[in-house]
Design a protein around this ligand. Structure first.
Ligand SMILES: C[S@@+](CC[C@H](N)C(=O)[O-])C[C@H]1O[C@@H](n2cnc3c(N)ncnc32)[C@H](O)[C@@H]1O
Length: 174
C-alpha cells in the first residue's frame, strides 16, 4: 500500500490547540509539505504563505488564500520568506538549525511561533535519526529566549501518530 500522502494526515494536535489564538494576519507554514497546517490556518481565516522546496501538492490544490511557494530553505542564506513578519510561523516535522533565529525573528509583535518536530532520542524509534534533524534538549526554549514569551513547551515521547520523541513550543511575541 502506498504511504499516505501528507494531505491525508490530520493536523498536529499541538498546532491545532494553539492555532485559534493566532491574531488576524498572514501565517507562514514553513516546509509545508502537503499543507495540512496551511489548510488548518486558512480554515481559521488567515492568508497563508506555504513554503516548501516541493510545493506541488499545494499548488495542485489551488486553495484560494494559500500562496504555495517553492523555496529551498537550506541554501545558506536567510530564506526570502523569512524576510517579513507573520501573525504566526508554523513549523512541523522539519528542522534546519541555522535558520532557527530567522524563524523566531519572523514572528510579528503579538504573533505566535508554533513549532513541533522530532527530538534527540527519536533515533530509538526510527527516522529521523540524524542529529541534524533532531532538536537537542531545550533547543526551542533557547531559540525563543529573550525574544518570545513561552506559553507552552514539551519535550517528550509520544505514542501517536507513531512512537517518537518530539519537542514542541507555542510562544508569543510581545
Ligand atoms: C516531514 S515533511 C513535513 C511537512 C509538513 N510540515 C507537515 O508537518 O505535514 C518535511 C517537509 O520539508 C520539506 N523540505 C525538506 N528540505 C527542504 C528544503 N531544503 N527547503 C524547503 N523545504 C524542504 C520537504 O519537501 C517536506 O515537505
Amino acid at each position: 500500500m502506498a504511504a499516505p500522502h501528507a494531505d491525508d494526515i490530520p493536523a498536529s494536535a499541538w498546532i491545532a490547540r494553539f492555532a485559534p489564538l493566532v491574531p488576524a494576519g498572514p501565517v507562514l507554514d514553513l516546509a509545508a509539505g502537503g499543507g495540512r497546517h496551511s489548510l488548518l490556518m486558512r480554515g481559521l481565516g488567515h492568508e497563508v504563505v506555504a513554503v516548501d522546496r516541493d510545493p506541488s501538492a499545494l499548488v495542485a490544490r489551488a486553495v484560494p488564500g494559500i500562496a504555495a511557494i517553492a523555496e529551498d530553505l537550506e541554501t545558506g542564506a536567510v530564506p526570502a520568506c523569512l524576510g517579513r513578519r507573520y501573525a504566526a510561523v508554523v513549523v512541523a516535522n522539519y528542522l534546519h538549525r541555522p535558520i532557527l533565529p530567522a524563524i523566531v525573528g519572523a514572528v510579528a509583535p503579538g504573533g505566535w511561533l508554533l513549532y513541533e518536530t522530532f527530538a534527540t532520542g527519536n533515533e530509538r524509534f526510527g527516522r529521523p535519526s540524524n542529529p541534524d534533524f533532531l532538536l537537542r534538549p531545550g533547543e526551542l526554549l533557547e531559540a525563543a529566549r529573550g525574544r518570545l514569551r513561552v506559553v507552552a513547551y514539551e519535550d517528550l515521547e509520544v505514542a501517536e501518530p507513531r512512537r517518537a520523541m518530539v519537542q514542541r513550543i507555542a510562544a508569543r511575541a510581545d
